[in-house]
Design a protein around this ligand. Structure first.
Ligand SMILES: C[S@@+](CC[C@H](N)C(=O)[O-])C[C@H]1O[C@@H](n2cnc3c(N)ncnc32)[C@H](O)[C@@H]1O
Length: 190
């Protein structure tokens, strides 16, 4: 999908329960999920393809320092309004112009699948990490036919990392509805 298409999506993007996390019980499970795998705060997180900044907001609220990047100016405009404490930049997640060797974690939800060369992108993301930094991905292979299976994402990560732990996110509470497709969290430690 092009930047123009994502610009057009920005206004209504947060309407989906898992996008906006406006319902407290959904926000709570995402908070528990992410804080359960991220390095303890305070830590510095790169939120790649940050969209409207929902996950950045969640992390800042829990003591993290966040830099967000997205190629959609309309998404970044909303992220800046939602999370004034964070730094946001318009840029390509395939080759993020962020400080190398500086992040405790790279976080990316629902973006890797859309990149033209996911393995090349992940290789660049790893360069952003401190020596003990981790990669945290939320991805899926959706009923629409889009996305990446957990196996595919694990293969991509293993081109540059040794570790890849997958947790399937089957519980409806993450999504605000029952799901029948494959959705998961992948954590790659140092
Ligand atoms: C499904 S949304 C996910 C947003 C956010 N990660 C979240 O989980 O709420 C995908 C986002 O990735 C962004 N995106 C897609 N391809 C990108 C690219 N090559 N570089 C930067 N951002 C990209 C889109 O603009 C959009 O904001």
């Amino acid at each position: 999908m092009t930047q123009e298409i994502w610009d057009a999506e920005a206004e209504s993007f947060d309407d989906e329960p898992d996008h906006g996390l406006t319902e407290e019980h959904i926000r709570a499970v995402w908070r528990d999920l992410l804080l359960g795998v991220l390095p303890a705060a305070p830590a510095r997180i790169a939120d790649l393809g940050c969209g409207t900044g929902t996950l950045s907001r969640l992390l800042v609220d829990n003591g993290y320092t966040v830099d967000g990047l997205d190629f959609s100016p309309a998404m970044i405009e909303r992220a800046r309004a939602k999370v004034p404490e964070a730094q946001f930049v318009v840029g390509d997640a395939s080759d993020p112009v962020l400080e190398i060797c500086s992040y405790d974690a790279v976080l990316c939800r629902h973006v890797l699948w859309a990149l033209p060369d996911p393995a090349a992108a992940v290789a660049r993301w790893v360069r952003l990490l401190k020596a003990d930094g981790i990669v945290v991905l939320v991805e899926g292979r959706w009923h629409t036919g889009g996305g990446l299976t957990a196996h595919e994402t694990e293969q991509i990560i293993r081109t540059v990392r040794r570790s890849a732990e997958v947790q399937h996110l089957t519980d409806a509470v993450y999504w605000g509805k029952e799901i029948t497709d494959e959705r998961y969290l992948l954590v790659s430690g140092a």
